[in-house]
Design a protein around this ligand. Structure first.
Ligand code: SF4
Ligand code: SF4
Length: 465
């Protein structure tokens, strides 16, 4: 069986540049798509005319309601189809295999991020739509002066996780693991990344995101931020202490027991978006050896850079050396621009339909780098493989969002112990032979590390008996 099309999805111009020949939306799904279209139209009209500002409430209802309700209705329409990942045109779909629709969505998302980060005034026409909710949630209007564009962005981000989360729940409804994991990321995004921070603002408290810590929240331990949090009183100091506990204690302990999945696939907002809104694009990850090499250099390079920048800032602040301060300031500014804005935002999400849903997690996230090192060298988490059952169909590799060639391990009966694996579990779910199992119990066979064959001989003998 030639596996190239499955591994490297690309739109066949003759087949599906503009469509997916296997896509047959049900009546419910058509209704959902129509409502989504209404929501998008409301955003476009508000952006291009004064009507949105003149009638913020009806426009907000049409825009957010259309996107939210339409997305949920569309997702629920999936109940008419069998659960699970199906190869019904995925690899020749215009949207899901880098055809015209995929490129259009990618360009639109990228443009949105560029405007958000570098020309927020370009979003002024949309802020009135966020205004009613902003007044309700954080007791202030949504204006450029008070971060209204970020409130609008967080609202849309949370809506995307919630709506596409419904789609993921429907798609993976046959798997308890996926249902709980999807509910988990929906909860963390809605409560800890949206409701709680803005509720704190209404109480005149700092806007805190308690599930993020350094180095993902890259300036948390910068001297100026530490001073700012200390000045904000008990809650600010508690946040600093919590940040230290999270990175120094909770992270290694939880990763030892569960692998990096406890964070990357259950808690993190970036992972949450990837697992929900990014799910249709998970197969677009690059599976080549070159990509694996690049991944290791980049992700550890980013971690080294932010560590060096943080240390330099402190040395400069304590020693009061002017030139060192200038160097550290420049490095941290460049980090914020190149990594925090361009990589994490513009490329990380904007390129979903082109490079897959985990580009940032795989190539750039310094938190993932720390978790990955812990997972690779002292975690109990591994994916065990029953090589005798593998039929080399390649489904597991095709749908691995981190570009891991799972089939290679399965064919050899070796455990998958890779730093990049986020434990999403989709490889195990799509496997038609039940070859793969995510495990974090004690390794009684003594073969949980990479490179050594898993102790599945007994199972093979059972099958042969
Ligand atoms: S190896 Fe499996 S569990 Fe790990 S990231 Fe890939 S698909 Fe997810
Ligand atoms: S492990 Fe399962 S999905 Fe992967 S190649 Fe083997 S049979 Fe196919």
């Amino acid at each position: 069986m030639p596996d190239l099309p499955l591994y490297n999805a690309r739109a066949d111009a003759d087949l599906a540049l503009f469509s997916n020949p296997a896509f047959r939306p049900t009546g419910v799904q058509k209704l959902g798509l129509a409502l989504v279209g209404l929501g998008l139209a409301a955003f476009v009209v508000a952006l291009a005319s004064p009507f949105g500002a003149a009638h913020p409430v009806p426009f907000a209802l049409a825009a957010f309601g259309g996107l939210g309700l339409g997305g949920v209705v569309y997702g629920l329409g999936g109940l008419a189809a069998p659960a699970g990942v199906r190869n019904e045109g995925t690899m020749v779909s215009s949207n899901e295999a880098r055809g015209a629709v995929g490129w259009a969505i990618g360009l639109a998302l990228t443009a949105l991020y560029v405007v958000l980060y570098f020309w927020p005034a370009g979003l002024a026409g949309l802020l009135p739509l966020a205004d009613p909710l902003s007044r309700l949630m954080r007791d202030q209007p949504a204006t450029l002066g008070n971060g209204g564009q970020w409130f609008l962005y967080t609202t849309l981000y949370t809506l995307a996780v919630a709506v596409m989360g419904v789609r993921a729940l429907v798609r993976y409804r046959h798997s308890r693991y996926h249902v709980i994991r999807t509910l988990s990321v929906m909860f963390f995004q809605t409560v800890l990344a949206f409701a709680l921070p803005f509720f704190l603002v209404t109480l005149q408290q700092p806007e805190l995101y308690v599930h993020y810590t350094w180095p993902l929240d890259y300036d948390l331990f910068f001297p100026w931020r530490v001073a700012e949090l200390r000045a904000e009183g008990q809650l600010g100091v508690a946040m600093l202490v919590w940040g230290v506990v999270m990175i120094a204690v909770a992270t290694p302990v939880l990763t030892y027991f569960f692998g990096k999945r406890w964070y990357c696939s259950w808690v993190c907002g970036c992972g949450g978006l990837a697992e929900t809104a990014g799910d249709p694009y998970r197969h677009l990850s690059d599976k080549s050896l070159g990509a694996w090499k690049l991944e290791r250099w980049l992700v550890h390079g980013v971690l080294a850079t932010i560590t060096a920048a943080t240390l330099l800032l402190w040395v400069a602040a304590v020693a009061e050396v002017g030139w060192l301060d200038a160097v550290a300031e420049t490095v941290s500014w460049l980090y914020g621009l190149l990594i925090g804005s361009i990589f994490a935002g513009v490329v990380g999400v904007g390129f979903y339909p082109l490079l897959g849903s985990r580009v940032w997690c795989r190539f750039g996230c310094p938190m993932a780098a720390i978790l990955g090192l812990q997972q690779r060298f002292f975690s109990r988490f591994r994916i065990t493989t029953n090589g005798g059952q593998c039929i080399s169909c390649g489904q597991c590799s095709a749908y691995c969002e981190m570009g891991i060639d799972v089939k290679w391990y399965a064919q050899r009966g070796q455990n998958v112990v890779r730093a990049s694996c986020v434990g999403c579990g989709v490889c195990a779910t799509v496997c038609p032979r039940g070859v793969l199992r995510l495990e974090n119990g004690p390794d009684v066979g003594g073969a949980s590390r990479a490179g050594r064959p898993v102790n599945n001989l007994i199972e093979d003998l059972d099958i042969l008996a």
